[in-house]
Design a protein around this ligand. Structure first.
Ligand code: ZN
Length: 294
């Protein structure tokens, strides 16, 4: 057995999403610390199953999403042994299988289902969700934090969407102009720099700043306080605010951005033969290390 095969097997055996409940709060933990919680297909659908479980449990009022290890999430999996992008996947929406499709259809279908579709589905969870973010929250990691209603970040957390470097106009769940004001969103994307937790807090993207030592406790206190509110009141409040965002164009804006995003994937493939413009996880990590901070 080769080292790669061994790595693949140990990766598949890992418990990559963990679920725990206490005092009306479900905590869902991404657990691929070795890969900085890079999201592969299996993690996506295990997260979905965990969210469904928390929604179905009448004892659960609030859901916390966190990442095990040094970082919240380094983004979508674009290069670990467990990447599995070419495999057929289980599906939560009505899209057909992407795995045997050609050209632009392959990635469009996969991302419509597993990225944009799943993120919208999680945004609409009828219970309050809180992201507990430490360290890196990059690209696909941003999507997971952004679909949550509240974000608590450690003082050393940072946020970035460096995919413009791939010639792509931001990640699939294009909430940038809602999470940040449009001018700051442009700066965030054009430069691809890391935004500190402090600046994200000033921009209103982060609700509270915590520390590595106190993150769990701060999030728990917040979640347990929310859990004292009536379930229906929380669900309706969430719907009312999400609806205002959609009336302001969030959903329609995201549809257009997703189409441009896929024009970019297809353009990359036509020009260079690679949908990501020749960037894999290693090359992106090298470039990201050279990025500045804001
Ligand atoms: Zn994409």
């Amino acid at each position: 057995m080769t080292t790669t095969q061994q790595a693949e097997i140990s990766e598949r055996e890992e418990d990559i999403v963990m679920y725990a409940t206490l005092n009306g709060v479900a905590t869902i933990t991404m657990n691929r610390p070795k890969y900085h919680n890079a999201q592969n297909g299996r993690m996506t659908y295990e997260l979905d199953a965990a969210f469904k479980r928390a929604v179905a449990d009448d004892e659960i009022k609030v859901i916390v999403l966190k990442g095990n290890g040094k970082h919240f999430s380094a983004g979508h999996d674009i290069g670990t042994p467990g990447r599995e992008i070419n495999d057929s996947q289980e599906r939560a929406g009505m899209w057909y299988d992407h795995a045997n499709k050609e050209g632009g259809e392959f990635l469009y279908v996969r991302e419509a289902e597993a990225y944009l579709g799943m993120c919208r589905r999680w945004r609409e969870i009828p219970k309050p969700t809180i992201a507990a973010v430490q360290g890196a929250c990059i690209a696909g990691g941003l999507m997971l934090a952004w679909v949550c209603d509240l974000i608590v970040a450690t003082d050393d957390a940072f946020f970035s969407d460096p995919v413009v470097r791939m010639g792509i106009p931001g990640v699939e769940y294009f909430a940038h102009p809602y999470e940040l004001n449009p001018r700051i969103a442009k700066e965030f994307l054009f430069l691809g720099d890391r935004m500190s937790a402090d600046r994200a807090y000033q921009m209103g993207m982060v609700n509270r700043i915590s520390t590595r030592a106190t993150l769990d406790e701060d999030v728990r206190n917040m979640a347990e306080k929310i859990a004292e509110m009536p379930r229906m009141g929380l669900a309706l409040t969430k719907q009312a605010i999400n609806n205002v965002e959609d009336l302001q164009g969030k959903r329609a804006g995201m549809e257009a951005a997703f189409a441009w995003h896929h024009f970019a994937h297809s353009h990359n493939e036509l020009v260079s033969g690679d949908k990501l413009g020749g960037y894999d996880a290693k090359k992106m990590a090298e470039k990201n290390k050279q990025q500045g901070a804001s």
